[in-house]
Design a protein around this ligand. Structure first.
Ligand code: C2E
Ligand code: MG
Ligand code: MG
Ligand code: MG
Length: 284
């Protein structure tokens, strides 16, 4: 009996694996087609300076405008794009399109926005990332100092020596680098000061439920003081309330990004919504 059950269990497992593998293959096929049909679109989420109360830049965030499923979140397809290698052509398109969009916006408005672009581990491990970035800057005309690459902690820490070399090369273009989702990975503190980066982004998970006496508040405080001791600036992700903003300001965090200010939106809406000219009061 035990044996039969074991076999049955194995078959169920096998069947589920099979279904899952087929779904994944279908997804990769669909994504390849989506790339050809330009179904990947970019939204931009404002980043606000706590000093001025104004938008100083935006982060480009990809979405899939799916013909039947509507707007699909990157959480649903970026991991599969990474796994299949499709992140390379997708990432190249994201860089070029977002650099073009922000160049257009900067030409149309008085403000000079910075653009942050997420770079995945697979892209970062690619020899030609330097050329891809350089090309995006050249074809778009975006000033290199207005481009910021976001790389997660684990990606830079995994292969620290190589990462430092690539970051140095990228930074020779005069662009900036920030470490995304900071605090969720394993950072070697002895390495951190060797990374030629400009900014840390406090992960959203620490900003949520950040209240007096909470662990999250203490973690945020530690990240801000670590960043400042390394002469790095700090952005907080996922700011949803004015109370969070005020606590972050008190910690000395310089910038905020989150639904409290604005959700990610199309290039068109960045202009139409008035967000670019909004002034958020920062107290005293
Ligand atoms: P991320 O780079 O950490 O981006 C921040 C995410 O937090 C975005 O989710 C944004 O919409 C969300 N967010 C911002 N403010 C708030 C808030 O106040 N509350 C809540 N609940 N969420 C907030 P999104 O757009 O779904 O992107 C998820 C992740 O997908 C990104 O995390 C990034 O890792 C990845 N991703 C997005 N676009 C790209 C891309 O073009 N290339 C690569 N490689 N990855 C991307
Ligand atoms: Mg990011
Ligand atoms: Mg993040
Ligand atoms: Mg993230």
């Amino acid at each position: 009996r035990a044996k039969l059950l074991g076999k049955a269990r194995f078959e169920v497992f096998d069947y589920e694996m099979h279904i899952k593998a087929r779904k994944l293959m279908q997804l990769v096929t669909d994504m390849r087609q989506a790339l050809k049909r330009s179904e990947f679109i970019l939204h931009y989420q404002p980043i606000i300076s706590f000093a001025s109360g104004r938008v100083i830049g935006v982060e480009a965030l990809i979405r899939w405008q799916h013909p039947t499923h509507g707007l699909v979140s990157p959480v649903e397809f970026i991991p599969v794009a990474e796994e299949s290698g499709l992140i390379l052509p997708i990432g190249q398109r994201v860089l070029e399109e977002s650099c073009r969009a922000i160049t257009r916006l900067n030409a149309q408005t008085d403000i000079e926005l910075m653009l942050s672009v997420n770079i995945s581990g697979k892209q970062f491990a690619q020899e030609d990332l330097f050329d891809v970035v350089k090309r995006a800057l050249i074809v778009s005309g975006l000033k290199p100092r207005n481009l910021k690459l976001e790389i997660t902690e684990s990606v830079v820490m995994e292969n620290a020596k190589q990462a430092i070399e690539l970051l140095k090369r990228l930074k020779s273009l005069d662009l900036q680098v920030s470490i995304d989702d900071f605090g969720t990975g394993y950072s070697s503190l002895s390495y951190l000061h060797r990374f030629p980066v400009d900014m840390l982004k406090i992960d959203r998970s620490f900003v949520s439920m950040m209240e007096a006496g909470s662990d999250n508040l203490e973690i945020a405080r530690t990240i801000v003081s670590l960043a400042h001791s390394l002469s790095l600036e700090v952005v907080a992700e996922g700011v949803e309330t004015v109370a969070q903003q005020d606590m972050l300001r008190e910690l000395g965090c310089e910038f905020g990004q989150g639904f409290y200010y604005a959700k990610p939106m199309s290039e068109e809406d960045l202009l139409a919504s008035g967000v670019l000219t909004t002034h958020w009061p920062m107290g005293e």
